[in-house]
Design a protein around this ligand. Structure first.
Ligand code: KG4
Ligand code: ZN
Length: 350
């Protein structure tokens, strides 16, 4: 019997993405149409522009992915799409398109939580067996979770203010490094000396596994105002080192918490756009090694938003018999662990 094949659609933020993957972990197509140029003049993602750009690109991208994979509709076993959390206009574009294909081709529909896409992405390329500890670091999220199985997540910690990718993007903007900020900041930091500047390590040494990044971003702003001569490279390196120190400290606590609940955990998995950062991967790799864990992370192109991870999450859900009705709703907010304690402040990203 041939391996099931799923087409996955991702439109929750500023990447229009389509992936086609099979259950034997072959990626038949993984196309991304980035909207960076449309959003660059505004220094961030404008939801209305994103939704319109998804509408104008998605159909053609799906046709290109099918052609690249040399597949006909009859070869597909299901259609998966991100159904949230994210910018609701964009999510609706992808989910509605998926529903239309599912209805027209009589295929099962799978409504994927974008965070589950990231959470399971390491299983597409690495030997990540359940349960594992997941550090999910993206533009909208910063969480530590036990991943016990498909649809089975226990949150150990989350950010009480900014997400880590957001902190990278805002800091890069302050440093005049352009947009999108994360990769630009990483490049700038390579030429810098992290010891040349002093920045805080918010939450370091505190019990638990929660994060806070807004103070770090503010500290960078003060540093720039008070030391106009400080180089962008040194500040970028100092910022990245501070983020790494915080992530390592919080993850160390989470490892202890996770082991108390699931002693068989053997891997620390990184996922989300910020996990593309080579310096952070090295620092968290060293932590994992010192704790007797394997560090598993997808290749950088599968860390940032992509369609293959949504197709893969769709395959995992399909194998578990988890498909969705055609009237499934798009959700702007959709926590992976609905049991997790509410955040201390209102208005914080889910
Ligand atoms: O997962 P993702 O593509 O989208 C969300 O779901 O949010 O993550 C995007 C975030 C952005 O904030 C971007 O600046 C950050 O990931 N990012 C990086 C790097 N590449 C992307 N941050 C640090 N270093 C990188 N190399
Ligand atoms: Zn993402």
């Amino acid at each position: 019997m041939r391996a099931p094949i799923v087409l996955g659609i991702e439109t929750s933020c500023d990447e229009t993405a389509v992936g086609i993957v099979d259950a034997e972990r072959r990626i038949h197509a993984n196309l991304i149409s980035s909207q960076v140029d449309e959003h660059r003049p505004y220094g961030g993602v404008v939801p209305e522009i994103a939704a319109r750009a998804h509408v104008s690109r998605l159909d053609r991208l799906i046709a290109r992915a099918m052609a690249e994979a040399r597949l006909g509709w009859a070869s597909l076993d299901a259609i998966a799409a991100t159904a949230g959390p994210g910018l609701i206009g964009g999510v609706l574009v992808g989910l509605t398109t998926a529903k239309a294909i599912a209805a027209a081709r009589d295929l099962p529909l799978i409504a994927v939580n974008h965070l589950e896409g990231h959470a399971l992405s390491a299983r597409l390329t690495e030997d990540a067996r359940f349960p594992y500890l997941l550090l999910l670091v993206s533009g909208g999220h910063c969480q530590l979770l036990i991943v016990a199985g498909v649809g089975r997540y226990r949150r150990l910690g989350t950010t009480i203010d900014d997400a880590v990718g957001e902190a990278f993007d805002k800091t890069a903007l302050l440093l005049g490094l352009g947009y999108p900020g994360g990769p630009a900041l990483e490049r700038a930091a390579e030429a810098g000396d992290d010891a040349a500047v002093q920045l805080p390590r918010p939450m370091r040494g505190r019990p638990g596994a929660d994060f806070s990044f807004s103070g770090l971003k503010t500290a960078v702003r003060h540093l720039i105002e008070n030391n106009p001569a400080a180089s962008a490279a040194d500040i970028a390196a100092g910022f990245q080192a501070a983020v790494a120190d915080v992530l390592v400290d919080r993850t160390r606590n989470a490892i202890e918490m996770a082991r108390a609940q699931a002693p068989q955990i053997a891997a620390l998995v990184l996922a989300g756009g910020v996990a593309a950062n080579g310096y952070l991967r090295r620092r968290l790799g060293a932590l994992a090694e010192s704790q007797g864990l394997r560090l598993l992370a997808p290749p950088p192109a599968l860390c940032t938003d992509n369609g293959a991870m949504i197709a893969w999450a769709g395959l995992e859900r399909l194998a578990a018999g988890l498909t969705d009705p055609l009237d499934v709703a798009a959700r702007a907010r959709w926590p992976l662990d609905p049991e997790a304690k509410p955040l201390p402040f209102a208005g914080v990203k889910a």
